[in-house]
Design a protein around this ligand. Structure first.
Ligand SMILES: [Zn+2]
Length: 200
């Protein structure tokens, strides 16, 4: 699957409202800015200068990625990192995370749980079946070391992915470091994936 930052792999995929809300959370007090970036791509409705977003609703993945692209271009990737960091606070995650490994493993499950394809959630918690179509967050623990390699081949921006991995790892290891492997390709430069080393 060819991943290009900000470009959905296929049309018609939807993302859950509570995940979209992380843009508002990640931008903190700048609610007028998040309102502008989301409403200009057709996400939510503006009422009394406030953005009305249904956390239980579903929104276009293409539009949500477009909002990221506009934010990256106009504000910079630091904000994308903050939005990524706010994802575990907002999105629905599997409850069984007990350490860094299970937390990083849960990222891909949560990613699919919070996306819908043909009206169906892309991860089924009853059957553990995952649908393809949005890429993945890898989780390869290195035996005998406190290290996990995560290859992210998905259309989300590099800094956003680093933010999610950082927040999840630090839930269990507050001093965990997430190092972008600069010897590997990067989504930022049109490649299929980014590789991160999670160290603690
Ligand atoms: Zn990258």
């Amino acid at each position: 699957m060819n991943a290009v930052q900000f470009r959905a792999f296929e049309p018609g995929i939807e993302v859950k409202g509570q995940t979209v809300y992380s843009i508002i959370d990640g931008l903190g007090y700048f609610t007028n800015i998040s309102r502008r970036y989301l409403s200009q791509v057709g996400i939510g409705t503006v009422k009394d200068k406030k953005l009305v977003l249904d956390k239980e609703g579903w929104y276009s993945q293409e539009a949500w990625l477009k909002a990221f692209e506009n934010i990256a271009r106009q504000i910079g990737s630091r904000v994308l990192f903050n939005i990524g960091m706010s994802i575990p606070r907002n999105a629905e995650f599997p409850s069984l995370t007990t350490d860094v490994k299970s937390a990083i493993y849960a990222v891909d499950v949560a990613y699919h749980l919070n996306h819908r394809k043909n009206g169906k959630r892309m991860f089924d918690i009853q059957t553990n079946v995952m649908m393809e179509g949005i890429g993945h967050y890898g989780c390869d623990p290195i035996p005998g070391k406190n290290e996990i390699i995560s290859v992210c081949n998905n259309p989300c921006p590099c800094s956003f992915n680093r933010g999610i991995l950082t927040a999840m790892a630090r839930k269990f290891e507050p001093s965990a470091r997430i190092v972008h492997d600069n010897s590997k390709e990067c989504l930022k430069y049109g490649a299929d994936s980014c590789t991160f080393h999670i160290l603690w």
